[in-house]
Design a protein around this ligand. Structure first.
Ligand code: ATP
Length: 221
């Protein structure tokens, strides 16, 4: 189903969202108060408009009320980001995603009614840090303040063993929710299957438990 999106602010983050949505064939309205940015994206987005997003009248004139999902990607100017979000919530936009610059900004955005607050630099930093700790940690995704999912290669401590041998739930309090085998994902891995080097385990748990699991079974000596 085709849906309408608007991206406000065309920095690297907003620009990348616009390119990706457009590539997926979505209708994207982009708004920026910098004419050069609008010129850069006018052939990529469906509609590109120079406007100050903190001006309610301009947003109304652009028909922002008819947009299903608005992404506010104004980064540095926290005041403009907050003001824009307040206007969008007042206008009753169905879904608002906002990029936060820091933790305080995030708190305020949550309080004023943003549906989804993203913190790309912080999240990417965490993911890369886990990958730096061990090449076997392929991905790390935060689910809440204290729960995460990690994707780990079955390294030397796991290869040749079964899930029963490793008893990850009893030993570390984490659950193996699936095992990727090449392009296939086995969502109900059998406890007695022997893990091979190509297997990638998808493990869910509290950050504390995941950290113990990583230290004991993933990081190689
Ligand atoms: P990134 O890290 O994603 O490159 P950033 O966090 O540095 O971006 P900024 O450069 O601060 O983000 O802002 C992104 C864009 O938002 C800029 O192109 C800027 O012109 C635009 N912008 C800032 N304020 C407004 C506003 N009030 N109305 C519309 N666009 C705005």
């Amino acid at each position: 189903m085709k849906r309408d999106y608007a991206v406000i602010g065309l920095g690297r983050f907003g620009g990348s969202i616009c390119r990706e949505l457009s590539m997926e064939g979505m209708e994207v309205l982009v708004i920026d108060n910098d004419e050069d940015k609008i010129n850069e994206y006018k052939n990529i987005a469906s509609h590109a408009v120079i406007a100050d997003a903190t001006d309610e009248a301009s947003l109304k004139e652009l028909g922002i009320k008819n947009i299903d999902h608005v992404i506010v990607a104004i980064g540095d100017n926290i005041q403009a980001s907050i003001l824009t979000t307040v206007i969008l919530t007042d206008l009753g936009i169905k879904k608002i995603t906002v990029k936060a610059q820091n933790d305080y900004h995030e708190k305020i955005l949550n309080k004023i009614g943003a549906d989804n607050v993203v913190h790309p630099e912080r999240d990417m930093g965490k993911r890369i840090a886990h990958n730096i700790i061990s090449n076997n940690i392929l991905d790390y995704l935060e689910l809440s303040d204290d729960h995460s999912i990690v994707e780990v290669k079955a390294g030397e401590k796991m290869v040749g063993k079964t899930l029963i041998d490793l008893d990850i739930r009893a030993n570390y309090g984490c659950n193996v929710v699936a095992i990727k085998q090449g392009k296939d994902i086995n969502v109900s891995p059998a406890a007695e299957d022997v893990l091979v080097e190509e297997d990638v385990l998808i493990v869910i748990g509290s950050d504390k438990d995941i950290s113990r699991f990583e230290k004991n079974l993933v990081i190689e000596d």
